[in-house]
Design a protein around this ligand. Sequence first.
Ligand SMILES: [Zn+2]
Length: 394
Amino acid sequence: MQFPIDRVVQYNFPTRIRSGFGARHEIGPYLLAEGQKRPLIVTDAELAKLPIPGDLEKELNGAGLSAKIFAGVQGNPVESQVTAGVAVFRAHNADSIVALGGGAAMDVAKAITLMAHHPGKLFDYEDVPGTKPVDQTIPFFVTVPTTAGTGTEVGRSTVISDDTTHAKKIMFSPRLLARCVFADPELTLGLPARVTAATGMDALTHLVEAYLANDYHPICDGIALEGVRLVAQSLVQCTEYAKAKDPGSDDHRRVRGMMLNAAMMGGIAFQKGLGAVHSTAHPLSTVFDFHHGLANGIMIPYVMRFNAEAVPERFVTLAQAAGIANPGPDSFIHWLENLKEQLGIPRTISEAGAKKEGLEDLVRFAVLDVCHAMNPRPVSEGDFRNIYTKAFGS
Ligand SMILES: [Zn+2]
């Protein structure tokens, strides 16, 4: 898009990020220096089976803080997990929150910070007209990502589902932004190959969709392109090291660091907007319980084939960023297909185990999804049906 000569646009890039191996060891001194004493570590139940949360708790307590773990995050975050977390926050008399984990833990942690001092129910603060403003105190809040994918650690919103209807609700406020992100790639060295691949494809999708989103935002565009370059140089390598169970050779450490940065760049860039890959991926999670990154990974080449004719010149730039010979829409889409294969992402929705009977449900949810509002090519109900039909492999 050209520079708009008829309006003012807004850019937001305020987060402090401490990026590098060992960054997590700075959390204790940082919280103390900021006058915090009783942090609640919010993490998910799966991660709590590993030493990472316990080690952090010990380290914070050793630094003179009184830390406690809440590990009540499971699967897709729902409201009852937030309510349980708020109860633990109050029982511990906590003053701060350390969000430790992937997107789900980050989202629940942000919702707990919101509800720690706001009256009423979480969904009273949904980001829709007529709801309550986020205007009360928010506890001191830092994030520590353990996957390189969602980029939620740098985001300003939280997505929580209703326990019974499964409807996703978005709560948004610039005040939900972390005071500091401790991006320590060491925490990602042990991620299994399957998780590395799926979360990495989520990061790549954020970068690609943000770059293609139909708005003027040269800062996000620059970040997105550099992020694509980092993914192209590190995601396959990270997955190969994960398969080989490499405990942390220098090159493994370097590519994990690149991916963790690429994921944050995706989270930063998509303040510009996302697109139809996310609109087709979200229903795959709702209807078939697909992992979010896996769903994006399956859908991205199909949606890009649909998008290419609208903005072919943008595909040339994307392909250049990915380091592809003969840059253009076709070569970029081939690169995506090849990347999927190298990462072990299923080629089609059917290969991922879903039955085509769900097609009309998927189409219905995709039309309602907000992300495609920014897609570079408008997507009709019929377009969604065509894209899904191709992605089913028939
Ligand atoms: Zn995503």
